[in-house]
Design a protein around this ligand. Structure first.
Ligand SMILES: Nc1ncnc2c1ncn2[C@@H]1O[C@H](COP(=O)(O)OP(=O)(O)O)[C@@H](O)[C@H]1O
Ligand SMILES: O=P(O)(O)O[C@H]1O[C@H](CO)[C@@H](O[C@H]2O[C@H](CO)[C@@H](O)[C@H](O)[C@H]2O)[C@H](O)[C@H]1O
Length: 484
């Protein structure tokens, strides 16, 4: 990919471009001033806007590049810097479509309508600017650029032999998450990172490494999009095979929990077989990452200091966290006595990051926690962090189904059943991991618990900012962990 990842395959040479040349009839472009004014109110409403909870004090267009122009559509790539009160600014990627007018189905994606007044260089007609990733034609243009190799400031690079066809169109995936993923031609999954973290994104780097290891538990990487941001090569997106016919681990786990709660019987939603094979898949991916990218040892004190720092920084954001503080500190201290085996890991593993195909589990989204810097995310860490992430997620799946129940005897019974389901499922997951890894994560229980706590604190901050109705899920987990 770059000088910073020397073993990565070189991108393939661009073929003849399928992107049409600009045409005279293309719609007018908005000015930067129009864009920044509109983005100031539009960005905070987006699910992927990671600066929620901060007041936006200003928006600057950092870079603006027209990527493609057809008769009725201009695709403009924007990197925008959002200035925040009392916090560091954040950079977001916003590819926009510009048309003279849009169909009804694109109305919800509209960011700005100009009336044509205020344009630079004389009169111009009005235009509609909208979130490009909602438009199948825009997705098609991005995919064509990957297939043919875009050579502007935003670079489109295909993995050698990727053999990407042109002329595909796309659709946005239902659920918006930290980033925006679209399906292209029902064959590929194109993900555009929304908050741009300067540097090479671990999602591309680790997919490349696991490709070299021929891991069966990841989708094949086909290409990526990058640009220099503040002089550093920075990943903006990636294209990989779309895993067809797969169900998300989160959905599968919820179905099992629902069956248990509806029947009042653990046997009705047994997830232990799935959890066991999931544990095996995670262990297999860890082994491959260690083999290709190496291992190291870190003093446990470094790990516990980082967890303590996370807890401290969460205190002002998460109301009530301070009540558990002395017990939380004791839990963290207990983990600080041994050295930690480290390697590259997934970094943000949960049930929403695993896909169940008829044959096996596939792990996705190796980006790490989006709120960390790229350097932090690329630092080797204990595989127990991933194990803890999945343990927390099993708890989430069960508790998300009881969190909204009225506070009565029925809820108490449901909670008890849900907790038993969690215990069984977690045990099976850890058994499956131990069997494949040849090493049981429970051998270092104090460290495993410290990572669970770390994740629960991260989740508490995440929920406080994004889903306050679910805040009690990680808060209860913190209480349980703190109580030993
Ligand atoms: N290779 C793939 N094949 C099929 N679906 C995928 C693939 N990768 C991701 N997805 C789907 O896209 C969603 C978002 O992908 P993810 O990488 O987790 O994005 P984010 O960084 O926004 O969390 C996932 O929850 C999953 O349902
Ligand atoms: O969108 P990402 O995949 O990058 O992850 C972020 O959002 C997740 C929520 O979608 C959040 O995960 C938390 O909720 C999940 C259920 O929605 C649950 O499975 C996870 O265990 C829980 O941590 C994740 O932490 C955040 O980084």
């Amino acid at each position: 990919m770059s000088s910073s990842t020397p073993s990565a395959p070189e991108p393939s040479t661009p073929a003849e471009s399928a992107i049409p040349e600009p045409e005279a009839t293309a719609p007018a472009s908005p000015t930067d001033a129009e864009l920044t004014a509109a983005l100031g109110s539009w960005l905070p409403e987006q699910r992927w806007f990671s600066a929620k909870g901060h007041t936006v004090t200003g928006v600057d267009v950092l870079t603006r590049e027209t990527l493609a122009t057809t008769a009725d559509l201009t695709l403009v790539h924007l990197l925008v810097e959002v200035h925040l009160e009392g916090a560091d600014s954040q950079v977001f990627q916003v590819p926009v479509g510009v048309r003279a007018e849009v169909d009804e189905d694109l109305e919800p994606a509209v960011l700005l309508r100009t009336d044509g007044a205020g344009g630079q260089g004389g009169a111009r007609s009005g235009c509609v600017v909208y979130d490009g990733l909602r438009d199948p034609s825009v997705i098609g243009l991005l995919s064509d650029l990957l297939a043919t190799g875009g050579t502007g400031d935003v670079r489109f690079l295909a993995v050698p032999g990727a053999d990407l066809p042109t002329g595909l169109s796309g659709r946005v995936l239902g659920a918006e998450q930290s980033n925006t993923s679209v399906v292209v031609g029902d064959r590929f999954l194109l993900k555009l990172f929304r908050r741009v973290a300067v540097g090479v994104n671990p999602d591309v780097e680790l997919h490349q490494a696991l490709g070299r290891a021929e891991s069966a538990h990841v989708a094949t990487l086909r290409g990526w999009i990058e640009a220099d941001v503040r002089h550093d090569e920075t990943t903006l997106g990636m294209m990989q095979d779309f895993v067809a016919g797969a169900s998300e681990g989160w959905t599968a786990a919820l179905e099992a929990v629902d069956a248990v709660l509806a029947a009042g019987d653990l046997g009705a939603g047994d997830f232990t077989g799935e959890a066991r094979s999931l544990g095996g898949a995670v262990a297999s991916v860890h082994r491959d990452l260690a083999r290709v990218l190496g291992t190291s040892i870190a003093p446990a004190a470094e790990t516990t200091a980082a967890i303590s720092a996370r807890v401290e920084s969460a205190l002002p954001v998460v109301e009530g966290l301070d009540a558990a503080l002395p017990r939380v500190r004791a839990l963290i201290e207990a983990a600080g006595e041994t050295a930690v085996d480290t390697q590259r890991i997934h970094g943000d593993l949960h049930l929403g990051q695993v896909l169940r195909t008829p044959d096996l589990w596939v792990l996705i989204d190796f980006e790490g926690e989006p709120s960390r810097s790229v350097d932090e995310r690329r630092t080797p860490d204990s595989p127990l962090r991933d194990v803890a992430g999945m343990v927390r997620s099993v708890d989430y799946a069960a508790m998300s189904r009881v969190v909204d129940l009225p506070d009565d005897a029925e809820r108490v019974a449901a909670e008890r059943l849900a907790r038993e389901w969690v215990d069984r499922t977690v045990t099976a997951f850890l058994d499956g991991y131990a069997e494949e890894a040849g090493r049981d994560p429970r051998e270092n229980l104090a460290l495993l618990r410290a990572y669970e706590l770390d994740k629960a604190v991260y989740e508490a901050v995440y929920e406080a900012r994004n889903r306050p109705g679910w805040l009690s899920i990680p808060m209860h987990a913190i209480e349980r962990l703190a109580d030993g």
